[in-house]
Design a binder for this molecule. Structure first.
Ligand code: MG
Ligand code: ZN
Length: 209
């Protein structure tokens, strides 16, 4: 699910689009994929349930704006099982993401897409990370190829989704990241890049070009 079209009509357009334009852009942009909770904003054991509870980590907004201004596409891929658990609704999620988008735009950047899994862990969906459905959704929406792109996360399932899709898994120590770092080597994820936070990861990504 993507909130990119939150304001777009949910019904089919009255005029059939040509095959070439069926809901797809084609871009040559290089994307960076970001997990949300614990990478961009403070995570919470009690779930982040409202825009008020959605609080950016220090420097994360600026880092995203810098990446965007440098030409990277910004795609967020986030598990939001709080929806399935009834802890918040889509309107609340939209409000969180609107807050995020506005902050990035105030920094001069753009969030290209936010892809979220609304399901619970027992639903067997194809989008809840470590599954790769959110990455496939992003590719379908942007006509991009995420293989080789950086996927920055704080949890094992981010790194597993990244690896499963051929992205470059990158860990930050914010959120669950410090705990995740300790178990990397037990999960066939040794040798991946680890940074203190999104700022440091973004700086490394910009310098790597
Ligand atoms: Mg996270
Ligand atoms: Zn899902």
């Amino acid at each position: 699910m993507s909130d990119r079209g939150a304001t777009a009509p949910t019904t089919a357009p009255t005029t059939a689009p040509t095959t070439a334009s069926v809901g797809k852009n084609v871009t040559s942009k290089t994307f960076v994929v970001l997990d949300r909770d614990g990478v961009i904003n403070e995570d919470s054991r009690d779930y982040v349930k409202s825009a008020a509870e959605w609080q950016p980590l220090p420097g994360s907004i600026e880092a995203i704006a810098e990446l965007s201004k440098a030409g990277f596409g910004i795609a967020v891929a986030t598990n939001q099982s709080g929806l399935a658990r009834g802890l918040f609704d889509l309107a609340a999620l939209d409000a969180m993401h609107e807050k995020f988008r506005v902050l990035v735009e105030q920094g001069g950047g753009v969030v290209d897409g936010i892809f979220f899994c609304p399901h619970g862990p027992d639903e067997g969906c194809r989008c809840r990370k470590p599954a790769t459905g959110l990455l496939e959704q992003a590719e379908a929406e942007f006509g991009c190829d995420l293989r080789g792109c950086w996927f920055i996360g704080d949890s094992l399932r981010d790194l597993q989704a990244a690896r499963g899709h051929g992205c470059r898994p990158v860990l930050v120590r914010t959120g669950n990241g410090a705990a995740t770092e300790k178990v990397l080597k037990f999960n066939q994820l040794g040798g991946i890049d680890v940074f203190g936070d999104l700022c440091q990861a973004a700086r490394a990504l910009l310098e790597s070009r």
